[in-house]
Design a protein around this ligand. Structure first.
Ligand code: NAD
Length: 382
């Protein structure tokens, strides 16, 4: 298949582009490098040194003979996007290219407006590009489990059957997102639903859980192919952030009581889920939703797991319960469906001590790169 990976320089997008290329797909990347600029803005960095996108794709071609074409540009520049779609004629458009940090979206008005403009308008451009240039192309869009919030009933995969005043219907599952970033994803989902209905576009919304790990078989082939790894209070996500904190002897920063429960998955499963979605496209006019996570953990449970493995490696760490900078329930019911990707062949890499230990060993090699002032949360929701 001809596949565009938008956001292909990022944490999920880069290993996905490599994986799809390795599996024989013809891959092109679109990215405007804004994530690297955000590192400069926040005086932050990836824990792992990362090569430029040109160096990365050149190394890939040298090692495998496979070409990954790259387009440096913004989804919000529609002329650019149209040009790329015309040249590439993709069968699938994998859309990772959004501002993905909840804290970043909550810094101030400017960052909230940027997040929603970048994400919502960029996604709308992708929908128009597909309609205009490649109407049969399958949109594979990264959403988030955070779109659902934490309702007191089980979360279904996208839709729920409701009986109301004697009548029944299958309706979109209610969304209760917890940041302006998560709201941007909900707005995207609505726009895609509408575009599928009126134009007959085929789309899969992947409501992804929190991704942990950094390596795949492909990124491990050479240091130039290394994936980025975020640890700071703005872009670092739970588990990866805890592992890095344990490596530098920092307390593990659990926000509030730590009962916040979320869906998680290994980066190795992210890349496979995208392949599964691409190879099993949605029907024309179908807005299909998969919940893309493999296991549920509370933040407190993860901190305990990391503390135990770190101790076995000779690293003593404490768990600090910080005042929660977010507005969220700290103890709640959480149970979410996630069978659709498994039914299509996903075999999950589950989290155990060995997985944590392997990430920790990689982290230890680069721990001197940690900018310690960036580790604590700086952004408050209120
Ligand atoms: P990332 O920030 O590492 O990568 C996103 C990439 O998109 C970056 O390289 C950035 O430069 C690019 N980009 C952003 N806006 C763009 C635009 N307008 N035009 C072109 N390129 C643009 O993020 P990630 O962690 O790889 O996440 C990828 C996607 O997966 C995001 O949509 C995110 O919301 C979703 N997601 C991620 C996680 C996670 O744990 N990382 C969890 C759930 C969902």
């Amino acid at each position: 298949m001809r596949i565009i990976v938008a956001g292909g320089d990022g944490f999920c997008g880069w290993p996905t582009a490599l994986y799809l290329s390795k599996r024989g797909h013809d891959v092109a990347i679109i990215d405007n490098m804004i994530r690297r600029e955000m590192d400069n803005e926040l005086h932050s960095n990836s824990l792992t040194p990362i090569a430029s996108l040109d160096e990365r794709t050149a190394k890939w071609e040298e090692l495998t003979g496979k070409e990954i074409r790259t387009y440096n540009g913004d989804l919000n520049h529609y002329d650019f996007l149209r040009q790329v779609m015309k040249m590439e004629q993709p069968d699938a458009f994998v859309h990772f290219a959004e501002q993905r940090s909840a804290p970043y979206s909550m810094i101030d008005r400017e960052h909230a407006v940027f997040t929603q403009t970048n994400n919502v308008a960029g996604n709308l451009n992708v929908l128009y590009g597909i309609k205009e240039i490649v109407p049969d192309c399958h949109l594979i869009k990264l959403g988030t489990m955070g779109e659902y919030g934490t309702p007191n009933i089980p979360i279904e995969e996208g839709y729920i059957e409701i009986e109301h005043k004697g009548r029944k219907d299958v309706l979109p599952y209610p969304k209760q997102p917890g940041s302006f970033y998560h709201l941007s994803k909900v707005h995207d989902s609505h726009n895609i639903t509408f575009a599928c209905k009126i134009w007959g576009i085929r789309a899969t919304d992947l409501n992804q859980g929190v991704v942990y790990g950094l390596d795949t078989d492909e990124t491990k082939m050479d240091p130039v192919l290394a994936n980025r790894l975020d640890y700071d209070g703005v872009f670092g996500t739970a588990l990866n952030r805890f592992i890095i904190q344990s490596a530098i002897g920092h307390d593990l920063t659990v926000y509030g009581k730590g009962g916040q429960t979320r869906g998680f998955l290994n980066i190795q499963d992210t890349v496979r889920c995208i392949e599964i979605a691409a190879e099993n496209p949605a029907d024309k006019g179908e807005f299909r939703v998969f919940n893309q996570f493999t296991e549920e953990f509370s933040v407190g449970e993860l901190a305990e797991k990391v503390k135990k493995v770190a101790l076995e490696e000779g690293l003593e760490t404490d768990i600090a319960h910080l005042d929660n900078p977010r507005v969220e329930l700290e103890e709640h019911f959480f149970k979410a469906e996630n069978t659709k990707l498994r039914d299509l062949g996903l075999e999950p890499h589950l989290l155990d001590d060995a997985v944590i230990r392997e990430i920790l060993h990689t982290v230890m090699q680069h721990k001197d790169r940690v900018i310690k002032e960036n580790v604590m949360p700086q952004v408050s929701w209120t």
